[in-house]
Design a protein around this ligand. Structure first.
Ligand SMILES: Cc1cc2nc3c(=O)[nH]c(=O)nc-3n(C[C@H](O)[C@H](O)[C@H](O)COP(=O)(O)O)c2cc1C
Length: 415
């Protein structure tokens, strides 16, 4: 899919170590037929030269707000009007703070304030800066105002640490920009999905887990990207490749998955919980491998894991929540009960006893239940089923929030 042809992309670059990746992004955007104009902060110019960006974009690079010559040619308001979309990549913690405050103290911040087109930021910073409550609050505020927050990814960082804070790769940013113009059923929506099993450690070599393959969640992530959404997939250990355009966060156990979801859910419009999260974990994790001894039995004491889905559904300004229910009997009654008990918008239930369906199979069939409605999706490959389900989720979301987002409504209610 290429919806970027002839689109006018204003790329803002701020002063982070990942600024060099912006050069590749400009090159790829132009390959896709987009017109690109680059605006750099002063700090960005310490990391990559305007000359490089000028050569790649084929346009003069804009750096100064108070530049009489620039204002006579294409000034800040014209630049803001020129664009079909504005992307700031990388976006530093400092820039996000200024954007959240509505500052207009340099060219990039000013035109972000002046623009009426979709505005996206791709944060990149040290993981401690990213998890700092100040940054979290700034991002939550920006997301509530409709700014799209793309990434960051997790992994090794330039500073030598590992964690969330890496700039999304240029090809992922391209897909996101493409999605903005694709006009799909979920264009511009932020979708958070969990998938796969969790592993609850017993000792350093053993764990409790289940048969979930993650196929349904991965198929939903791919279908949501196709529908134009920005997708974050929090995945337990599975043997699947991350679909293109999806931000993947890995979680080994339920507590890690809970923490990642709690961090991302306030920014999501839609939360789809397909992961088969272990209900219980061993109360004690042995630090050394448990040895076989003369006893013929071994007792493990288990304690409850937090209910990730119920916790998200209970958040103020909660996203549209979709739960999955794997049932072996009385499917409709159990699914309806689960929807009400957890305060969900939609439950997708499936039989797990049936051969060829459910865990680890490529096919599935779903029974959907929402307030005042239900629908059956007959047996089909999970990829097709995922597209149908995403279509239904998009329709129900649109009916529930004809204008704005869950966060907007919450902000209005509490104002
Ligand atoms: C070597 C170096 C690397 C930096 N990398 C980052 C970074 O990746 N992310 C970030 O938010 N700030 C980073 N900073 C801090 C910013 O450059 C600093 O906050 C600056 O004021 C940002 O200005 P700007 O947002 O106007 O571009 C870095 C600073 C230095 C010296």
């Amino acid at each position: 899919m290429n919806c970027l042809s002839s689109k006018r992309i204003l790329l803002g670059i701020t002063g982070g170590i990942a600024a060099y990746k912006a050069a590749e992004l400009v090159r790829r955007l132009r390959e896709r037929g987009a017109e690109v104009r680059v605006v750099m902060t002063e700090a960005a110019q310490a990391f990559i030269t305007p000359l490089t960006l000028q050569a790649l974009s084929g346009q003069r690079v804009h750096t100064d707000l108070l530049d009489a010559d620039a204002e006579a040619a294409m000034g800040h308001i014209e630049l803001a009007r020129w664009a079909d979309a504005v992307l700031v990549a990388p976006a530093t913690a400092d820039f996000l703070a200024r954007l959240a405050q509505g500052r207009a103290d340099d060219l990039l911040a000013t035109l972000c304030l002046a623009t009426r087109v979709p505005l996206a930021v791709a944060p990149a910073m040290n993981q401690a800066m990213w998890t700092n409550p100040a940054t979290r609050d700034n991002l939550a505020l920006l997301a509530r105002r409709g700014v799209q927050v793309w990434g960051p990814a997790e992994g090794a960082q330039a500073c030598g640490e590992t964690g969330p804070g890496r700039l999304l790769e240029p090809e992922v940013l391209l897909e996101r920009l493409d999605g903005l113009f694709a006009g799909g059923a979920l264009a511009g929506k932020r979708v958070l999905i969990t998938a796969g099993p969790t592993r609850e450690a017993i000792d350093p070599v053993r764990f409790l887990s289940n048969r979930s393959s993650g196929k349904m969640g991965y198929a939903l992530a791919a279908a949501a990207v196709e529908a134009g959404a920005e997708v974050i997939l929090v995945s337990g250990p599975v043997a699947l490749d991350c679909p293109p355009g999806v931000t993947l966060l890995r979680a080994e156990d339920a507590l890690t998955m809970y923490a990642l979801v709690q961090e991302r859910a306030p920014l999501a419009d839609i939360f789809i919980a397909t992961a088969a999260v272990a209900d219980y974990r061993p109360r004690q994790v042995a630090t050394a491998k448990i040895k076989k001894d003369a006893a013929t039995t071994l007792t493990l004491e288990l304690e409850r894991n937090p209910d990730i889905l119920a916790a998200v559904a209970a958040l103020p300004g909660a996203p549209f929540c979709v739960g999955f229910a794997a049932e072996t009997d009385d499917l409709a009654a159990h699914a309806r009960k689960k929807r009400l008990a957890k305060g969900l918008d939609l439950v997708a239930a499936n039989w797990v006893g049936a051969p060829g369906q459910g865990f680890d199979s490529d096919d599935n069939a779903l029974e959907l239940f929402w307030e005042g409605g239900q629908e059956s999706l007959p047996e089909a490959p999970k990829t097709r089923l995922a597209r149908e389900l995403i279509g239904i989720i998009a329709r129900l979301y649109q009916e529930k929030y004809p204008q704005g987002t869950p966060q907007d409504l919450h902000a209005q209610d509490s104002a």
